[in-house]
Design a protein around this ligand. Sequence first.
Ligand code: SF4
Length: 375
Amino acid sequence: MLPDQTAQRRNGWQGTAPAPVGLDNFMLTPSISAYNAHIEHIPQGREIMSAAASVARTAPLYQRVSRVIPPIEWPVFADDIEAILELKRRRNAVILGHNYMTPEIFHCVADITGDSLALAREAMKVDADVIVLAGVHFMAETAKLLNPTKTVLIPDTRAGCSLAASITAADVRLMRQRYPGAPVVTYVNSSAEVKAESDICCTSANAKKIVESLGTPEVIMLPDEYLAKNVAAQTSVKIIAWAGHCEVHERFTGAEVRALRRDYPGVTILAHPECPPEVIAEADYTGSTADMSGFVAREQPGRVVLLTECSMADNVAVNHPQVDFVRPCNLCPHMKRITLGNIRLALEEMKHEVTIDPAVAMRARRAVERMLEVK
Ligand code: SF4
């Protein structure tokens, strides 16, 4: 993100005016688009007129996000948004958008939004021919596992995850040899091959429930060490962890939490369970992104900070204008690979299709379905 935008986002964009369609505003956008939309030339003449028309037509959509997207940015997004809405109709496609997507994706083109658990549940019910996963690769694989007859597209194949990359199927087999008899609980932030070696999956929203549902004295919990430790602190089941970390959440520290309390008196601090245990110990509440969103809706804190990926606060802030969001910003570089531009391209060219070896898929699906069966 450009420095001036970062400052604006951190301070919380408060504008509510409809997007301007004037030339002056539009001509400022190419530098922004280099980050957000990968537009490689400066629009001229007819393109500017057409962009202005898109801005006018999408003004109602802009109203949804006017609190978190400055009007100067909207002309960069409007044309892609219109094109994506049309392509969804033409392709009979739906877009699943994770909570870490930027607001113009999350609020303006996604049909179904939520955390990994919600997206997995909803992916099963999708009736459309095509699912575009606005999130990272393991989420697209999960959608394919749960709805294998659909065409599942990921707009950028490089949208990975440090947790998923931290472990292989061979590693899981070694853990089983080392701890015979202990069932393997695998976080959904993992490849299909790793899921296939597992007994059951979990998400950050249901990890403790899944661990306790197995009725064993110990479990192997992969691959997130901090999620495993945070679950271990809440259960009598012995947890054997793996040393994988989320590169976004591992950067939060206890000192940062104390500094937030000092600098923002009265702030309520919510932390994601992928954060280190010292952060969880200092926070007021720990939960998945869905839990955090529910907390804000329920408790209506005057001032809050969400210790998770940057875009989450923007997306929650849209629905809670009365809550003051403090925004320390840790970006997930993988999530940020997904843009309106490559979602549009994915639907135009029907790429990149996610495929899974059928033998792997059958075993991985069983682990995900077992998770979904736990009430
Ligand atoms: S935020 Fe962390 S867990 Fe989520 S995709 Fe990015 S690296 Fe993976």
